[in-house]
Design a protein around this ligand. Structure first.
Ligand code: PLP
Length: 385
């Protein structure tokens, strides 16, 4: 129940990768046949990734994952504009993943002007809020497509239009959305979009940044000039091949995925809200990615819940896998105006294609039991137990 953190690599993906781990080890930059073979495999993967999002193959730059794609988008625009005397301010939202927030903070330390837009209680960045904040000195607006904690899908097309009207570029971190819901970069109008392979049954450590044709960025990794000099370093050929296959699979099964995972998720949500008193679904009911269910269980601690669920063989999360290790309260829930109690009792259950209805039944019954047990020993016992 933690597919938002990562997903199993699909058999078809492993099959496609294996020859590039065993036999085809040529360096794609080599002129000889071994090199040309792996170079062709990268081009095929590039066109598969592009097809998933309605882009051109040359608009796809492979990276080491979503984090690097986000860093490249933000720093790439900021440094390019600073070097060419163009506007350099950046607007982002307070809901972003750390892969966006941390490079933003670093840019701020370097003297760039950053604005962090607030969100509604449902986790939506309202277009009117962006409209009020934007000015001609803004170079880039970066707002995530779907939130990794509460699953809320942002009104990207509208936000992108507002950015463009003011002369700014638009980037979206689509790591939690690409391959799960239909995305067409042309219809949306975005200039830059980050993707990650391991969220859609591909291997870890590989992702991509869509960069609209004609857009210039400064590289953040310099060296041998691979990926049109935007991302130097010998390519992760098996990873890229696997990511390409994962995108092809995701595109082919999109409708099936949405139907199956949304059905399972809705069943889970309805059962939890019915069976467990003092529980609440967080985020938007409607504008939400298929696999996300995020709850607050009043009177319990989400981390205790995770440990108890783990003892029952159930993998869950309080939100971002990265922030859990640092034990800091979720900045996303804070941005949505949640109280300390609402944040403490929060739990994310995220579903994938591999989950079954029987598993959901098991999760609901374990969750129900564990929440009751924890409430009995909680300081809020008299209120919720
Ligand atoms: N952005 C979002 C919204 C994410 O959920 C994640 C991963 O959890 C990332 C970026 C980072 O992606 P990666 O793990 O590929 O570096």
């Amino acid at each position: 129940m933690d597919s938002a953190a990562s997903t199993p690599v699909a058999d078809e993906v492993i099959e496609e990768m294996m020859p590039f781990l065993k036999r085809h080890y040529g360096n794609p930059s080599s002129i000889h046949g071994f090199g040309r073979e792996t170079s062709r495999a990268i081009q095929l993967a590039r066109s598969r990734v592009a097809t998933l999002i309605g882009a051109l193959p040359r608009e796809i730059t492979f990276t080491s994952g979503g984090t690097e794609a986000d860093n490249l988008a933000l720093q790439g625009v900021a440094f390019h504009n600073r070097n060419s005397g163009k506007p350099t301010s950046i607007i982002t939202s307070s809901l972003e993943h750390d892969a966006v927030l941390e490079p933003c903070k670093e840019l701020e330390r370097m003297g760039f002007r950053l604005t962090y837009l607030p969100a509604t209680g449902d986790g939506i960045v309202k277009p009117s809020v962006l409209k009020d904040a934007i000015s001609p000195d803004v170079a880039l607006v970066s707002i995530m497509y779907a939130n990794n904690e509460v699953g809320t899908v942002q009104p990207i097309k509208k936000l992108c239009e507002i950015a463009h009207e003011a002369g700014a570029l638009f980037h979206t971190d689509a790591v939690q959305a690409a391959g799960k819901i239909p995305i067409n970069v042309r219809e949306l109008g975005v200039d830059l979009m980050s993707m990650s392979s391991h969220k859609i049954n591909g291997p870890k450590g590989v992702g991509a940044l869509f960069i609209r044709s004609g857009l210039e960025l400064a590289p953040i990794l310099r060296g041998g000039g691979q990926e049109t000099s935007l991302r130097s370093g010998t390519e992760n050929v098996p990873g890229i091949v696997g990511f390409g296959k994962a995108c092809e699979l995701a595109g082919g099964r999109m409708d099936q995925y949405r139907q199956r995972v949304t059905e399972l998720r809705d069943y889970l949500v309805n059962r939890v809200l019915k069976d467990i008193p003092h529980s609440r679904l967080n985020g938007s009911r409607t504008d939400r990615i298929p696999g996300n269910a995020h709850f607050t269980f009043f009177g319990v601690n989400g981390e205790d819940l995770i440990i108890k669920l783990d003892e029952n063989g159930i993998a869950a999360s309080t939100g971002s896998a990265c922030s859990v290790k640092r034990q800091k309260p979720s900045h996303v829930l804070k941005a949505m105006g949640f109280s300390h109690e609402e944040i403490t009792g929060s739990l994310r259950l995220s579903l994938g294609m591999q989950n079954t209805k029987e598993e959901i039944e098991e999760v609901v019954s374990s969750l129900s039991r564990v929440v009751s047990e924890l409430r009995l020993v909680s300081p809020f016992k008299s209120k919720y137990a």
